[in-house]
Design a protein around this ligand. Structure first.
Ligand code: LMR
Length: 397
């Protein structure tokens, strides 16, 4: 008898699979616009200097590799909660706290398990489109997954469609919102949109889960947190998932957190007891290194200022690549068609290219992007924008 006879093969992850396909492509002119990692002018995903300095201090000063607690590194949790909610946010006295998780993905999975375990029967509503892994994480936790419109077939933000759909969501359900740098589209809500969403959330008594994976990559560390802080101030209860992968360049160190805002200090303790219980079944205790690095940076004025200026540099580079690509498309008469690339925020652009055009870019020009037409603008090479524009023009003809 074979135990594995009935195991069927499933397709590989569409985003991580692109990384492998790109690595295997012998074309020296290949271009990787797939997975969301930042690249510098040399085409490298750098370790920020602030991270290197913090790591050096850790190597010299660390005295133990014993477990850290169920909620992770207490200093990391305190400093990250301040970064997300604002250093002087009164909620931090007793009504809000962070639990460290393995990356933002771990935070999402912990939130999913929390909802499934402690709020049974609640469904989750995701933007259409969203990061594909949102779909599978919540489904894996047994939650009914539904969608609200976000970007229409015309590749524009559909705020009216979104609001109309949110107004129909069953009372008490969970709505996942992207704080900034929407993945995959790059289209963000403006302040007026956020206020309108907040009104519907209040009227329908929805529980928002705000995914905050790109703090600092949109308009700045403080600016990107605006909507999160608005929701935290206006609502008694809120879940926030935070990632340090992109803004600290700590991708492989799996560093993130799930933040909870509760109506009372007592309720916060109840919720956190459940999170520790659920996390114990998922990963026991979180990995220490990345969180220790972030804690040393955020707890040291000099390192924090170095890190924040390095992050400013990354954001500005991505903004100039966006503008540069639109300009490079000008000679082909395509600048207007692709003007949205300059308006979108963060690493990604929903280019509006069809799956067939994406496939041609890959087959004919070794340009790799996700089949949905999502391009990682942060992976562009400023010296090769003309080349890319020519390739896009060729597949758009
Ligand atoms: C992406 O969307 O490319 C990133 O968030 C990386 C990932 O894990 O998918």
């Amino acid at each position: 008898m074979s135990h594995f006879n009935r195991v069927v093969r499933v397709p590989g992850d569409p985003i991580l699979g692109l990384m492998e396909a790109y690595r295997g492509d012998p074309n020296p002119a290949k271009l990787d616009l797939g997975v969301g990692v930042y690249k510098d002018a040399q085409g490298l995903t750098p370790i920020p200097r602030a991270v290197k300095l913090a790591e050096q201090r850790l190597v010299d000063g660390q005295t133990s590799k014993s477990y850290i607690g169920g909620h992770g590194d207490a200093l990391f949790c305190a400093r990250l909660a301040q970064l997300v909610l604002g250093a002087d946010n009164p909620l931090l006295d007793a009504r809000a706290a962070a639990s460290q998780t393995p990356g933002g993905t771990g935070a999402l999975r912990l939130a999913a398990d929390f909802i499934g375990h402690c709020l049974p029967g609640r469904g989750i509503w995701l933007s259409d489109p969203t990061w594909p892994i949102h779909e599978s994480i919540f489904a894996a936790a047994g939650l009914p997954v539904s969608h609200y419109p976000y970007v229409g077939a015309d590749n524009r933000l559909d705020i009216e469609g979104m609001l109309a759909a949110l107004a129909e969501i069953p009372r008490g359900d969970v709505v996942l919102l992207h704080a900034c740098c929407h993945n995959p589209t790059g289209f963000d809500l403006g302040p007026r949109d956020w206020k309108r969403v907040l009104e519907v959330v209040k009227a329908r008594e929805l529980l928002p889960l705000i995914d905050f994976a790109y703090q600092g990559f949109g308009d700045g560390l403080e600016q990107d947190a605006w909507a999160v802080r608005l929701f935290a101030a206006e609502l008694p209860e809120l879940l926030i998932t935070s990632s340090c992968s992109k803004n600290f360049g700590l991708y492989r160190e799996r560093t993130g957190a799930l933040l909870v805002c509760a109506a009372t200090p007592e309720k916060l303790l109840d919720v956190r007891s459940q999170l520790a219980f659920l996390a114990r079944n998922l990963w026991s205790t979180p990995p220490a290194h990345g969180a220790a690095v972030v804690a040393s940076i955020l707890d040291d004025a000099e390192l924090k200022s170095l890190w924040s200026s390095e992050l400013d540099g990354m954001r500005q580079r991505v903004a100039s690549l966006r503008a540069g690509l639109v300009e490079a498309l000008q000679p082909y008469g395509l600048a207007e068609r692709f003007a949205h690339i300059g308006v979108q925020r963060g690493m990604f652009s929903y280019t509006g290219l069809s799956p067939q055009q994406v496939q041609r870019l890959r087959d004919e020009f070794s340009v790799y992007m996700v089949g949905s037409g999502r391009a990682n603008v942060a992976g562009l090479d400023a010296e090769r924008l003309d080349e890319l524009a020519a390739a896009i023009a060729a597949v758009c003809r």
